[in-house]
Design a protein around this ligand. Structure first.
Ligand code: AMP
Length: 363
């Protein structure tokens, strides 16, 4: 099939790399031919955004997207001619933190207490209701911790409100978590579901740096609970493709933070670490192919992100159990330039390999 991707970043690049062996072709809409996906398919990178998308739609049998910030109106229009997966409902809900949290509430999925904020008075009331500490976040378009203000005292109310620059925001109660986890799943057009194991994510300055798969010391019940939340969400949104849920592990169980209607950085380990990667399973799902096995290829896997500058790549290139993935991007502070996957049969070997890659990790 011909797959059109709205966007042309590293996620599209990795979808294409996984989709070619299945005989699919790819087209991307992007702003420039320098983007990470540009050499992996037809680029519809015209100056005029409307034409750009029209030619992609003419090219494609099915359309998917790289980001939850994709315009819902555009997806609705495209869907009149060519199916778009994940569908409009998944996109509409996941691109707005308030809609996402309302759905969690409706489905009895635990999340932080929250209040929507559109004025200084709203924020004062929200702080009175939720208490401090709390985090003020933009309702839309935040990623990697951008557009967030951690409030510790009432003196910060005005400063926090002004930092949102007048856009709608949401105040969330601060969750005292032990660890951050994520769950990735895929649902096909025939309603088949597959889950990857819960993984453990370590962030630095709001950016994911390390994922360990599977997360260690997870009770079977905890995995089952996360899968139950996931299945409820997949079914409610009639989701097709990969869906990611980010969770906090707390003393009182799992609390869902947010979700993304797409392949996710915390699933990049699955390229070598699982029998079928998240990218291949997303492509299989949106093209109506059977979903692939999500079991691990080794007992353990890890992913180390390459952020800002590329660093000493000869280290992973000479490790027998490491795989380097670069995205063809220039170095810039806080930019995701690539990642390194590790597989291991023992936890000791996994830890030793992560230690060998310490130059890629923050102190
Ligand atoms: P987000 O953009 O919502 O994923 O937030 C980025 C990071 O901020 C998360 O990975 C957490 O480390 C932290 N964070 C977000 N929301 C909360 C919360 N309600 N309580 C505590 N930490 C949070």
């Amino acid at each position: 099939m011909k797959i059109g991707v709205l966007g042309a970043g590293q996620l599209g690049r990795m979808m294409a790399i996984s989709g070619y062996p299945l005989n699919h072709q790819f087209g991307f809409s992007g702003n420039s031919n320098d983007e990470p996906s540009a050499l992996l398919g037809h680029m519809f990178a015209l100056e005029d955004n409307a034409d750009n998308i029209e030619s992609l739609v003419v090219f494609a049998d099915v359309i998917t997207y790289e980001s939850e910030n994709t315009d819902v109106e555009i997806v609705r229009e495209i869907n009149k001619n060519v199916p778009v997966y994940p569908g409009e409902k998944s996109l509409f809900i996941t691109q707005h933190r308030g809609r996402e949290k309302a759905l969690f509430d409706q489905l009895n999925i635990p999340c932080a207490p929250y209040q929507m904020v559109n004025s200084l008075t709203d924020l004062e009331r929200a702080v009175a209701k939720i208490g401090l500490p709390a985090i003020l976040k933009t309702a839309t378009e935040g990623y990697d911790g951008k557009g967030q203000f951690l409030m510790r005292s009432k003196d910060q109310i005005k400063e926090a409100f002004e930092s949102m620059n007048g856009v709608e925001s949401i105040l969330e109660g601060f969750v005292n978590f032990k660890r951050e986890l994520s769950l990735i799943a895929v649902r096909g057009t025939d309603n088949d579901h597959k889950y990857y194991p819960l993984v453990e994510n370590t962030h630095h300055n709001g950016i994911l740096r390390l994922t360990i798969a599977p997360a260690q010391n997870i009770d079977v019940d905890v995995q089952k609970t996360a899968e139950h939340y996931m299945q409820t969400l997949l079914d409610e949104m009639d989701h097709v493709g990969v869906l990611t849920i980010e969770l906090f592990e707390t003393e009182n169980g799992l609390v869902v933070n947010e979700m993304a209607p797409r392949v996710h950085n915390s699933g990049h380990w699955s390229i070598e670490g699982a029998n079928t990667s998240q990218f291949e399973n997303h492509i299989r799902a949106i093209t109506g192919m059977p979903l692939g096995d999500t079991s691990l290829t080794h007992n353990f896997s890890a992913m180390v992100n390459i952020i800002g500058k590329i660093g000493p790549t000869q280290i992973p290139l000479t490790m027998p159990n490491a795989n380097l993935h670069l995205y063809d991007k220039d170095g810039r502070a806080n930019r995701k330039l690539g990642h390194i996957n590790i597989t291991a049969d023992s936890l000791a070997d996994l830890e030793k390999s992560i230690e060998q890659l310490k130059d890629f990790l923050p102190n």
